[in-house]
Design a protein around this ligand. Structure first.
Ligand SMILES: [Fe+2]
Length: 231
């Protein structure tokens, strides 16, 4: 799959940025909301627990969150799977116990004009590693492992691909410092855009076409909130 409205998607692209839009109290409300929400996915293989932000658990926070990201993004639509009643989820809380590997969250519908993803750390140790390299297909996990590459994704699951690879060896020092959970040969041809060091109170905003992963720095677990948007 490749996105149809590539020109529009590219027109909307901009460098990643960090904003300070949530107060300590609002971050606390998000952490509490995470605890109150029912569990939706516990993926043992990826070692990640996910919960969807359903509306109406904390109506005040629903409004604050939407309004604050709208201030930064302008008009947007949510692009997270919908609830059983067809309502948009506001985002996905992800609690990971081991670092996420290389992937892109570029969506599943080729007619969508994918826009920004909004990552709000709710724990304070670790990083998101963003590469300059972009991907205009559907959401994909990148691998050089033959068995992994032969996996047939079901609806809503990431493709598997090694088409991100280039020729140039990845920087050994940066690999050692941040990316030891990823085979260095799976990073060939990738160039770093930024290593975002998670700080509570900050929010990272980046294009959904950026290939990214977590850094290998994890202290027991990481909790974050990601909202995927489209135009
Ligand atoms: Fe991601």
């Amino acid at each position: 799959m490749e996105h149809i409205y590539l020109d529009k998607i590219k027109e909307l692209e901009s460098p990643p940025k960090i904003v300070n839009i949530f107060s300590d109290g609002e971050i606390k409300m998000m952490q509490d909301l995470y605890n109150d929400l029912p569990e939706s996915v516990f993926n043992k293989k990826q070692n990640v627990r996910k919960k969807s932000w359903m509306k109406n658990f904390n109506k005040e926070l629903d409004k604050i969150y939407f309004d604050k990201i709208k201030d930064v993004l302008g008009d947007f639509k949510m692009d997270t799977l919908k609830s059983e009643t067809g309502e948009d989820f506001y985002g996905l809380f992800h609690e990971s116990f081991s670092p996420l590997t290389l992937h892109v969250d570029s969506g599943f519908e080729k007619k969508d004009i994918i826009y920004k993803q909004v990552v709000t750390p709710l724990s304070s140790y670790g990083d998101t590693v963003v590469f300059k390299n972009k991907w205009y297909g559907k959401s994909t996990s990148f691998s050089i492992d033959e068995e992994e590459l032969s996996y047939k994704p079901k609806y809503g699951q990431n493709d598997r691909s090694n088409k991100h690879l280039g020729q140039e060896e990845f920087d050994k020092k940066m690999h050692q410092k941040y990316l030891t959970h990823i085979d260095i040969n799976n990073l060939k041809g990738l160039k770093l855009e930024m290593v975002y060091n998670w700080k509570i109170g900050e929010t990272l905003i980046m294009d959904r076409t950026h290939i990214h992963c977590a850094s290998s720095r994890i202290n027991n677990k990481k909790l974050g909130l990601t909202t995927f948007t489209k135009k």
